[in-house]
Design a protein around this ligand. Structure first.
Ligand code: SF4
Ligand code: FES
Length: 253
């Protein structure tokens, strides 16, 4: 395949960015999107041009590190028949001769560090504010010592699938991280182990979400449409239910 790439280049967090055009030949339709960028970078390096910086780690759709806006949609969602991460998108989703636009996540709370790499440490701070359970140390309990009803266990599992990629924020016109935050909250709220801190957790995580400058949710739903792990909007409803209960709890816990 021959393709034309229009890529956001930005030297550092303080510099102005610009779209640059590159022509790439010899792309296999079996290459992943990141392998195609590797090929571009090999050619740029050979021509003494600074390679394009982009984030990646597992390349298996697990770690959530990769993530760019492709032809206007996070992870190229509308190029693929199924929800996917950037690393699991393949070049067979594009036509020979196509022009592909690649940009970093666009959100005030995810500042660009360089080219396609953004700072997503705001997510780490939301997790640190309450996305955990406290438990006594000691030997591991038996697997079934704390039974969890099947329905709740399944919902916990579905929400635990969130990989923290940030596509939901990049897609949201409000730059809201409510889908991410609600996945973390719902995951723990469905499990017995998450109950002792359930009400303080939701208040603390939502407050950290707001402090990081993410916008509010207005039920647009674009977040769930692009989420590679299909976290449902219902999780945001669960967050709102828990938040209201927590705010009205007499003991403040
Ligand atoms: S909710 Fe989905 S889109 Fe948002 S961070 Fe988690 S996996 Fe990524
Ligand atoms: S590189 Fe890990 S999810 Fe894409």
């Amino acid at each position: 395949m021959k393709i034309t790439l229009r890529i956001w280049r930005q030297d550092n967090a303080k510099s102005e960015g610009r779209m640059e055009t590159y022509h790439l030949d010899g792309v296999s339709e079996d290459m992943s999107f990141l392998e195609m960028l590797d090929l571009l970078n090999e050619q740029l390096t050979a021509s003494d041009v600074e390679p394009v910086a982009f984030d990646h780690d597992c390349r298996e759709g697990i770690c959530g590190t990769c993530g760019v806006v492709i032809n206007g949609s996070p992870h190229g969602r509308y190029m693929s028949a199924v929800p996917t991460t950037t690393c699991q998108l393949h070049m067979r989703s594009f036509a020979d001769g196509a022009t592909i636009e690649i940009e970093p996540w666009r959100a005030g709370s995810f500042p660009v560090i360089k080219d396609l790499v953004v700072d997503r440490s705001a997510f780490d701070r939301i997790i640190a504010s309450g996305g955990y359970i406290s438990t006594n140390v000691g030997s591991a309990p038996d697997a079934h010592a704390t039974p969890a009803p099947k329905r709740e266990a399944d919902r916990a599992f579905d929400n635990a699938a969130c990989i923290g990629c940030g596509a939901c924020v990049a897609a949201c016109p409000n730059g809201s991280a409510m889908l991410f935050t609600s996945a973390k909250i719902t995951h723990l709220a469905m499990l017995p182990q998450g109950q002792p801190e359930r009400w303080t957790r939701v208040k603390s995580m939502v407050s950290q979400h707001d402090a990081e400058g993410f916008g509010g949710c207005t039920n647009v739903g674009e977040c769930a449409s692009v989420c590679p792990k299909e976290i449902p909007l219902e999780s945001i409803a669960q967050l709102n239910k828990d938040l209201i209960k927590a705010l009205f709890k007499a003991d403040g816990k």
